[in-house]
Design a protein around this ligand. Structure first.
Ligand code: 13P
Length: 257
């Protein structure tokens, strides 16, 4: 973390879990467990239909509402899709794009991820852009090359002013939901490289202002070590964000010096 230049962000990704009827109780429990003095932004990215509840009940405990996906289209005949305008209208502050589960199960391409990020920026929603290599790529020493490609593709056509409003999440696919975490050194190495790519594209001032998160089996036990790394500015947390006490404990780790 480096609080001098950028925000620390602890974002939960509920994926397709929880119910709208449970949002209020979850936030009450989270509030009880979270430190009063916080040094990070706290976000919960929830299924779109739970966003209004997250906005309503999250105010009281300063938890921002995030979504998990958005349409690249502005509006029109796209049955089942949700636009950035609709998300903004109900108070969505962040939205994940390019999660590996969407890339894999919904065949999302790098150019689609880029279009979605732009659609969000146009409505002042912060895109949390996910990148990450497969186990095969890591074993073949292709991690840096692939991550560089993904970051460049995701940011194509996004200007320096806008990129300051983007969050990048490094989520190695082999660490997602597996209980296998990248070591703090492995995660730092890639997050540092992501910042180097942003520096090459936009210059040093912009690069030091962009928050880069780590995601992949981050939990109450390993968060402090990961967050102690200079280029890891927070976490994108799946499983552990479903339990108020665990998520609160990660927020506490991110609030310590
Ligand atoms: P887990 O924390 O469950 O590994 O999930 C990480 C993730 O995919 C967050 O987007």
């Amino acid at each position: 973390m480096n609080r001098k230049y950028r925000h620390t962000v602890i974002a939960g990704n509920w994926k397709m879990n929880q119910l709208n009827s449970g949002v209020k109780v979850f936030l009450e429990q989270l509030k009880e467990n979270m430190p009063k003095a916080r040094a990070c932004d706290v976000v919960l990215c929830v299924p779109a239909l739970m966003v209004p509840s997250m906005v309503r009940y999250g105010k009281d405990c300063r938890v921002a509402a995030g979504a998990q996906d958005v349409s690249k289209h502005e509006k029109g005949a796209y049955t089942g899709e949700i636009s950035a305008d609709m998300l903004a209208d109900v108070g969505t502050r962040y939205c994940i794009v390019g999660h590996s589960e969407r890339r894999e199960y919904h065949a999302e391409s790098d150019s689609l991820v880029n279009e979605k990020a732009k659609a969000l920026l146009a409505k002042n929603i912060i895109p949390i852009i996910c990148v990450g290599e497969s186990l095969e790529q890591r074993e073949n020493n292709l991690t840096m090359e692939y991550i560089t490609y993904q970051v460049c593709a995701a940011l194509s056509g996004i200007d320096a002013q806008q990129v300051r409003h983007c969050v990048i999440a490094y989520e190695p696919i082999w660490a997602i939901g597996t209980g296998k975490t990248a070591s703090a050194e492995q995660a730092e190495e890639v997050c540092r490289e992501i910042r180097a790519v942003i520096r090459r594209l936009y210059g040093a001032r912009v690069a030091r202002a962009v928050s880069i998160l780590y995601g992949g089996s981050m939990n109450a036990g390993n968060a402090a070590e990961l967050l102690s790394m200079p280029d890891i500015d927070g976490g994108l947390i799946g499983g552990a964000s479903l339990k108020p006490a665990d998520f609160a404990s990660i927020v506490a780790s991110a609030s310590q010096d």
